[in-house]
Design a protein around this ligand. Structure first.
Ligand code: VGL
Ligand code: ZN
Length: 198
């Protein structure tokens, strides 16, 4: 399969928000270096570029105070929920917010973790004739992995770009192996970039 990017390809930029950058409450090591790869990817002729935002109400079920696994992060409307200023937004066509329901977490950009409410991303991509999706951002082992899995299930040819992702708990190799078994392909962003410069 050719890595030549065209209008039937979508770039999904997952949760590149201030609270996930190093120094933030849920800082992901190395996440602040990702814009050096993600920004040039945004200059390629993708049919659509979607940036997601984790966007929780105060007192969200995923927060430690509510018995959840995570420190308070990405509270709707706070500066920490904003996209990283280092991310070039010129070519971002759609911003999609997830995790708004107080009692349900949402790792995937396609649906809540209860698999009931869907975000509409599937229909948006299909309505624009998208065939392949390329997933970058954070966290590789949570929101990137869940989004890539759901993209395969929704019928898209799905690529995770490992060098344009950073994770929090699991090793990248274990995450990528598991995703590979579910039909997710890998391509490094540096290779996608160099291929499309030819
Ligand atoms: C995420 C933990 C909690 C993510 C979001 O973006 O991967 N991780 N909320
Ligand atoms: Zn969250």
């Amino acid at each position: 399969m050719s890595l030549r990017i065209n209008a039937t390809d979508a770039l999904l930029i997952i949760d590149m928000q201030a609270d996930f950058m190093p120094g933030g409450p849920l800082g992901v090591p190395g996440a602040d270096r990702l814009p050096t790869l993600i920004n040039p990817l945004c200059d390629l002729p993708f049919g659509v570029i979607v940036a997601t935002q984790d966007w929780h109400p105060a007192g969200h079920i995923s927060f430690v105070g509510q018995g959840g696994p995570w420190p308070v992060h990405c509270v709707a409307g706070t500066p920490g929920a904003g996209l990283s200023p280092a991310l070039a937004q010129t070519h971002v066509g759609v911003v999609l917010r997830k995790g708004l329901h107080p009692d349900i977490d949402s790792y995937s950009a396609f649906e809540d973790n209860d698999h009931v409410s869907r975000t509409g991303l599937d229909g948006l991509l299909k309505g624009r004739g998208i065939i392949r999706v390329f997933v970058v951002g954070v966290a590789l082992d949570y929101c990137v992995a869940a989004t890539a899995r759901d993209a395969v299930r929704a019928g898209f040819a799905t690529f995770v770009l490992p060098d344009a992702c950073r994770g929090v708990r699991q090793t990248p190799a274990s995450v990528l192996d598991a995703l590979g078994m579910e039909g997710v392909s890998q391509a490094d962003a540096v290779d996608v970039l160099s291929y499309n410069r030819k």
